[in-house]
Design a protein around this ligand. Sequence first.
Ligand code: SAM
Length: 260
Amino acid sequence: MLSYQHIYHAGNLADVQKHALLCVMLDYMTRKDKPLSYIETHAGRGLYDLTAPEAVKTGEAAQGVIRVADWFPPEHPYARALTQVRSDHGDSAYPGSPLLAAGMLRPMDSIHLAELHPREFAALKQVMRPFGAHVHQQDGLELAQSLCPPTPRRGLMLIDPSYEVKTDYATLPGQIAALHRKWNVGVIALWYPILTTNAHKPMLRALEALDLPGVLRHEVRFPPARAGHGMVGSGLFIVNTPWGVADEAKRLDGLFGRLG
Ligand code: SAM
């Protein structure tokens, strides 16, 4: 049974890194007047209230998106998306990646989202209804393998597991290699935690050994959310990285570096 719930972590510094880079990628990819596919394997519920008891209890959003709001000028794609969601849903609303993506995509684009948890799935379905997204209560990687190569063929896949299943670290490189074989033009972005146990490191070595094209590996460090907490940073491993992402990654390095 899954126990992870993203509401405890929504808007934390890992979300800031992942969501800022996701918005920059989609901003670039939607400039071309050609349709694209957006696929997400671990979608979450899509919309969070940062005043909910779960979010307040951990204080991760307070140390995250609330603390670093001034990192993103109003014209930054992540700042624009946050402004839109707050205007639609209230000042304490925070978008998950599916809602960020849906707000940036066009009617000609297609959206497929997987979420296994029944409550998260029900909430996601409701949030995504206005966007005509395909929302699946199914294992995300199973869905991804069945959709690839997607139609339209241009596109981006976000893989954002909660790593509750410890074998994820061992199986993800093989899954990504298979996805890339079927969809060699696809942008594939995998999020991972940076852990004091170094449990993520063998996975990264295996991913690097695949020698995939256009790889960008971006990692940021930040203070642990609580004393003794094992996550001290976050990373994105991107295949076929779109233009402009490397510059934003460098800018984020400087900003995260100042956190201490
Ligand atoms: N991507 C979201 C965002 O940035 O807003 C956060 C997703 S959260 C880290 C991971 C989600 O994956 C949880 O909601 C969890 O219920 C769901 N999940 C866990 N295992 C899954 C699986 N095998 N297939 C699909 N969803 C799964």
